[in-house]
Design a binder for this molecule. Structure first.
Ligand SMILES: [Zn+2]
Ligand SMILES: [Zn+2]
Length: 435
């Protein structure tokens, strides 16, 4: 089968970083780390795993970072090369290992007979009833339970799977998720494998187009639920890509009534934010004074220092930085009100020129957020993915309007170009579609 892989070799890395500064194609041409090749479908690592036939696989902002080699080297130990890209997915179960079939049919029954902690022991038995042919989405995190590690680490025991400390141990090679591990395959090919505990059944009334967007949505649902804005507060969301838009959608789907202000780059993004429930949109074009506009919308004052950017007196109660660039982090800190919270959702690496003054001057709380895990929802602990599916099932959320582009796998270079040039492609979210 064909797969788009990340090769991960130093010569290709050097080629792309040098040539890429002149021509962007150098990040994904034939000398780069992004290669399309014929591979054998991955084996089931243990009888606890299943094989999934891909229907849709998402193109994530983190995949863009991977292609542009923006990731900090501190994340490279959490991957094994070469790996098939793609962690956002929706597909069909086509093969089940014996233990996987048993555990999904009888939760907990086979617990003692096999190595590892049963998913039901730590409350992640979301795939009960799934059999061959079932439509599923796979929570891609390769934490303790998928890795067959028992007892699980303290993070996994709490349900914070994205903070697992065993991403490099256990029955499969290093990798935080499917799509960064050489043994599992990934969504950017027609088949991949998943541990039974990673499966979530897609309800009949939820489309596959909605399901494939769950992962991106959860990257925002998780920080929104952990920092839920009060109804009488103001929220500023910086960045209106799929993550910023999902943050707007998450607040509204959960019934939040806070005033939402978004800072967007493109008009099509601002329009989408308004449709999802944002109250005000400020654009950060080259010719606009977005600081003045934001201050106006947030009903605060700007002060002019002797040198440099203006100082913001007040700001929003909660700021979600959904970009993670030097500019967005600096803006986010400045526009957080005294004692407010700045949540870093974007995947920042080495920001330059960020002024830390607002953190102490306004006693701002800075919070990190990574991927998704378990949240309290309607009186019980549920996986972030499960909550998203429940919001879709009950009609409180619709994600498919954010899906603007579908590509065939063979056209991956076109898909990359469209993701790198959103001002002309007007792309919000793209996926690869399989038969
Ligand atoms: Zn993603
Ligand atoms: Zn763990």
């Amino acid at each position: 089968m064909k797969a788009i892989q990340f090769e991960g070799t130093v010569p290709r890395y050097v080629y792309s970083t040098v040539a890429g500064s002149i021509i962007r194609n150098a990040y994904y041409d034939r000398f780069s780390n992004i290669v399309m090749r014929d591979v054998r479908p991955p084996e089931l690592p243990t009888p606890e795993w299943v094989r999934v036939k891909t229907k849709y696989a998402g193109f994530c902002g983190s995949d863009k970072n991977l292609i542009l080699l923006h990731d900090s080297p501190s994340t490279s130990p959490y991957a094994s090369f070469p790996f098939t890209i793609g962690h956002e997915n929706c597909g069909y179960v086509v093969e089940m290992g014996a233990v996987a079939a048993e555990r999904l049919a009888h939760p907990g029954a086979a617990g003692a007979a096999h190595a590892g902690t049963a998913a039901s022991d730590i409350g992640i038995d979301t795939g009960i009833g799934i059999g061959i042919g079932a439509r599923v989405l796979v929570d891609p995190l390769l934490s303790c339970v998928p890795r067959g590690i028992s007892p699980v680490c303290p993070s996994c025991a709490r349900g914070d799977y994205s903070l697992c400390t065993n991403f490099t141990e256990g029955s499969v090679s290093p990798g935080m998720s499917i799509g960064t591990c050489r043994d599992t395959g990934g969504g950017w090919s027609s088949e991949f494998v998943a541990h039974y505990s990673q499966l979530i059944a897609v309800p009949e009334n939820v489309s596959s187009e909605d399901a494939v967007l769950v992962d991106a949505f959860c990257s925002s649902l998780h920080p929104v639920m952990r920092n839920f804005p009060a109804d009488d507060s103001t929220v500023l969301i910086i960045g209106c890509g799929v993550i910023g838009l999902s943050a707007v959608a998450a607040i509204r789907a959960l019934g939040g009534k806070a005033r939402i202000v978004v800072l967007a780059k493109h008009e099509f993004q601002g329009e989408a934010a308004t449709r999802l429930g944002a109250d005000a949109v400020v654009y950060m074009g080259n010719s606009t004074d977005y600081y003045a506009e934001l201050a106006d919308v947030l009903k605060t004052k700007l002060l002019k220092p002797m040198l440099g950017k203006r100082v913001v007196v007040g700001g929003a109660h909660t700021v979600f930085d959904c970009v993670g660039s030097s500019t967005s982090i600096d803006d986010a800190l400045r526009f957080t009100m005294p004692h407010g919270t700045m949540v870093l959702v974007g995947l920042a690496a080495f920001p330059k020129g960020v002024d830390w003054t607002p953190i102490w001057l306004k006693e701002v709380q800075v919070r990190g957020s990574f991927w998704c895990s378990t949240e309290q929802f309607e009186g019980r602990a549920m996986r972030t993915y499960e909550i998203a599916v429940e919001l879709l099932r009950t009609g409180r959320l619709s994600l498919s309007p954010l899906l603007t582009h579908k590509f065939r796998l063979e056209d991956y270079r076109q898909a990359i170009a469209a993701n790198l040039n959103i001002d002309s492609s007007r792309l919000i979210k793209s996926v690869f579609e399989f038969d």
